[in-house]
Design a protein around this ligand. Structure first.
Ligand code: PMP
Length: 371
């Protein structure tokens, strides 16, 4: 099998899975219970939060554990919008956000919020001057992801944050699902950060929303008090602990892993550039883990399915939007319907080899020959 769909999800690291089994048997108590078994689970979650905070160099930030980034994004957007609905009613975002951001913001629009889309340049990067013009005293939230999941476009998060911070009532939410565990990024000043364990070889079904301590949110899941007041329910202790483990493992040889992916990306890009039918959509500034291309002469769905018959796995668009007939992100970037309808995403890992890339390229060439 040649797996090249790591941005959709990663295969779980066997060490994480073993750890999950171990802590599932070790921490049987409900972390909300007051007896010693409950307290043991609660303490284990607390030390996991300390570990994550230290790995991510968080400052004055609280970790709210969720079921994944979709929930984190919903909590961030609705939680802020509902909390401050009486004060301000404008939300700013981009065309490059994940469907869970777009859908949550669209929902707030139906409740009377005004939504503004900030312009981007021809590389998909946010136009900071336009952002300055759009933000005003009525802006409650700016939600812009650090890395777009389909193309790998990176946004200048710290510059964006500085602009947002000039408005005292405005909050910055950053979906870092495609960044955490992959690239070094300063998170210390950001109000709200979403991420998910299954993007860094953790188990599916757990993620987090990191929140500045002084910030308040309207909870979106109501119930009894839990490890935080923002998300009720029995804490998923083994999943939470296994996410901490997955992140810790990502930080072993972190730079080496990143450099390997950058090398593989360069090699793949070089090989694809030799094929005249292919247009490469990801720029060299994009996160190297993602390479998006369009093949206008070939249906992207057919390409994904044909490659899968040969045990090679890539994506058309993202996994969350693979049924859409066109990619909204590629359309926003290129303004070209044909490219948006025929785009595919190849996503890479520190596990990816040149041999795998050669086999992918060979299969693509074979398919194009038979058109
Ligand atoms: N945001 C981004 C940028 C993503 O890539 C994804 C996963 N496709 C999500 C949010 C949603 O994450 P989850 O699958 O954990 O809900």
């Amino acid at each position: 099998m040649i797996y090249l769909d790591y941005s959709a999800t990663t295969p779980v690291n066997i060490k994480v899975l073993k750890y999950f089994e171990d802590v599932s048997l070790r921490y049987i108590g409900n972390a909300n219970s007051i007896h010693s078994l409950g307290k043991n689970s609660f303490k284990a979650i607390n030390s996991c939060s300390k570990k994550i905070s230290s790995l991510l160099k968080l400052k004055d930030q609280e970790i709210i554990y969720t079921s994944g980034a979709t929930e984190s994004n919903n909590l961030a957007i609705k939680g802020i919008a509902f909390k401050y609905a009486n004060q301000s009613k404008q939300i700013i975002t981009t065309y490059y956000e994940h469907s869970s951001i777009i859908a949550s913001i669209n929902y707030m629009r139906t409740l009377g919020f005004k939504v503004q889309i900030v312009n981007s340049n021809n590389k998909g990067i946010v136009d900071l001057e336009h952002l300055k013009k759009l933000i005003n005293d009525d802006t409650v939230l700016v939600s812009i992801g650090s890395v777009n999941s389909e193309i790998g476009i990176r946004q200048p998060i710290n510059e964006i944050n500085k602009i947002v911070k000039q408005h005292k009532n405005c909050i910055f939410h950053c979906d870092m699902t495609q960044s955490i565990g992959k690239e070094r990024i300063d998170l210390s000043q950001i109000d709200l950060i979403s991420f998910s364990a299954h993007k860094f070889y953790g188990i599916k079904g757990v993620g987090a929303l990191i929140k500045k301590n002084n910030l308040q949110l309207d909870p979106q899941i109501h119930g009894g008090k839990s490890t935080t007041i923002y998300r009720s329910g029995t804490p998923a202790t083994p999943l939470i602990l296994s996410m901490g483990k997955a992140l810790e493992l990502m930080y072993v040889n972190f730079d080496k892993k990143y450099n390997h992916v950058a090398m593989i990306n360069k090699y793949l890009r070089g090989e694809l550039e030799k094929i005249k039918e292919i247009k490469i959509n990801s720029t060299i500034e994009c996160l190297p883990h993602i390479l998006n291309i369009s093949i206008p002469s070939f249906s992207s769905k057919k390409m994904v399915k044909e490659l899968a018959k040969n045990d090679i796995y890539i994506s058309n668009h993202t996994a969350c939007s693979s049924d859409e007939s066109k990619s909204l992100a590629i359309y926003a970037l290129t303004n070209d319907l044909k490219l948006a309808r025929t785009s595919i995403r190849i996503s890479l890992s520190y596990l990816t080899t040149k041999k795998e890339i050669n086999m992918l390229v060979e299969q693509i060439k074979r398919m194009l020959k038979n058109v």
